[in-house]
Design a protein around this ligand. Structure first.
Ligand SMILES: Cc1cc2nc3c(=O)[nH]c(=O)nc-3n(C[C@H](O)[C@H](O)[C@H](O)COP(=O)(O)OP(=O)(O)OC[C@H]3O[C@@H](n4cnc5c(N)ncnc54)[C@H](O)[C@@H]3O)c2cc1C
Length: 391
């Protein structure tokens, strides 16, 4: 058994570090935080867009991809080195994940030649994409979506509503799931359309998170004309793509998730010291438990990665999304407890030390819902991983 990195892996790491040392934007070094963004038009600042383009241009946006797609054909182990190095420096690749993490891999799998030409701009971040899945009556039960697309000659006419659509306010394109045949069983009558967000008939109304940050929107479609060639993967072939879309979203997320959780725990230690609670045995025990959990999650992530790198499925990763988002929520709740009387104060002028925990606490609920709620994840683990009967 070889427990050391190979010389090629070490060389890969050296190249990455040299690149990051030279190119990391100053704003990221001083600790950029999305909580500082309260104007939805500034959701992805220009310097962050430039950073994504720089990563792409140097083959560092998705290094596992071939060079013609802005990668460097690296191995899964090198991708792990890449993700861990970024996470340890608290660097993010992009301010808008749908394009590179969901749209690009989905188009590479299901798109035609013409549609695949959209991939480089999605990965480089030149095109901002949003994902139109959820509707007021279709979230966990995505197959119940009702936004209707009627086929007429060479185009579709779309009517309906999406909700919780992240980045819709700044997106140029929407990966939009629509019902094309209401007579078929619900999973079978769904198609995927690429819709230009500036098409007449689209009305975007921003929604704010409980934290006050603007991140997503409601999107209304009234008689929106979409060319026939914007159909991805065949008429009524959308359901298979929805399954891939969410899988793409989850792949590799655990590395960043565990690192963030560990950083939250470091923040809890600092906060406990600042608030004079570091000697409190209950607080100490709770922080220690969170630390243990982080170590277990990291070990589980590596175990899953080992299976994945050898070409097997990694059921551990089904658990990681749910476990990390719930653990992170509990850690932020502990931060609120340590903050004491400052817990409800969100204004950094009055509560500089606790403010980020308050904001993090509010945002920590989002990850237990987005991309499939914890309850739905538990159902999936019970049925698909543990093989328990459906009730
Ligand atoms: C920050 C954020 C960003 C998002 N971005 C996007 C986006 O870009 N595009 C997009 O399309 N959507 C997006 N969403 C929406 C997200 O996918 C949905 O909120 C999620 O799938 C849950 O759907 P829902 O809100 O309709 O809740 P519901 O499905 O109505 O669920 C309500 C509650 O009931 C529980 N529940 C539902 N069904 C079951 C069941 N069978 N068993 C047990 N419990 C159940 C749920 O866990 C939840 O607690 C985003 C959400 C958030 C929070």
């Amino acid at each position: 058994m070889q427990l050391a990195w190979s010389p090629e892996d070490e060389e890969f790491r050296t190249d990455l570090i040299a690149f990051l040392d030279e190119h990391t934007p100053e704003q990221m070094l001083v600790g950029f935080d999305f909580q500082d963004v309260d104007d939805e038009r500034e959701l992805v600042p220009q310097w962050l867009r430039d950073w994504q383009a720089t990563l792409f241009d140097h083959g560092w946006m998705i290094p596992g991809y071939p060079s013609e797609r802005g990668g460097r054909n690296c191995t899964p182990v090198q991708t792990l080195i890449y993700l861990e190095t970024l996470a340890s420096r608290r660097l993010i690749r992009s301010g808008h994940f749908p394009g590179y993490a969901i749209v690009a891999p989905s188009l590479l799998e299901y798109g035609n030649e013409e549609q695949q030409k959209l991939v480089p701009a999605a990965i480089r971040g030149d095109t901002i994409w949003c994902i139109g899945m959820s509707e007021p009556n279709a979230g966990s039960d995505l197959a119940g979506l009702q936004t209707r697309a009627e086929v007429r000659d060479d185009h579709f006419v779309v009517n309906g509503q999406k909700v919780w659509t992240s980045y819709a306010m700044i997106a140029q394109k929407c990966f939009c799931y629509v019902r094309t045949d209401p007579t078929l069983p619900k999973h079978k009558g769904i198609s995927l359309l690429i819709i230009d967000v500036d098409t007449p008939g689209i009305d975007i109304r921003p929604l704010r998170h409980i934290s006050g940050t603007a991140g997503f929107a409601e999107v209304f479609f009234t008689d929106v004309i979409v060319p026939r060639e914007n159909l991805v993967g065949g008429l009524n072939g959308g359901w298979a793509i929805t399954q891939g879309s969410l899988a793409h979203e989850r792949a590799g997320l655990w590395v960043e998730g565990v690192a963030r959780f560990e950083q939250t725990i470091e923040g809890l230690v600092t906060l406990a010291r600042q608030q004079g609670r570091a000697g409190d045995p209950i607080i100490r025990r709770k922080i220690a438990s969170a630390y243990e959990l982080a170590a277990s999650l990291r070990a589980l992530g590596y175990k899953g990665f080992a299976s994945f790198a050898q070409g097997s499925s990694a059921p551990e990763h089904s658990y990681m999304k749910m476990a990390m988002s719930e653990a992170s929520k509990a850690a932020f709740e502990l931060g609120m407890e340590i903050s004491g009387s400052l817990a409800p104060v969100t204004d950094p002028v009055f509560a500089a030390s606790t403010n980020r925990f308050v904001h993090g606490f509010f945002m920590s609920f989002a990850n237990t819902i987005a991309g499939g709620s914890s309850e739905i994840q538990r159902n999936i683990i019970a049925q698909r991983v543990l093989g328990l009967p459906r009730r």
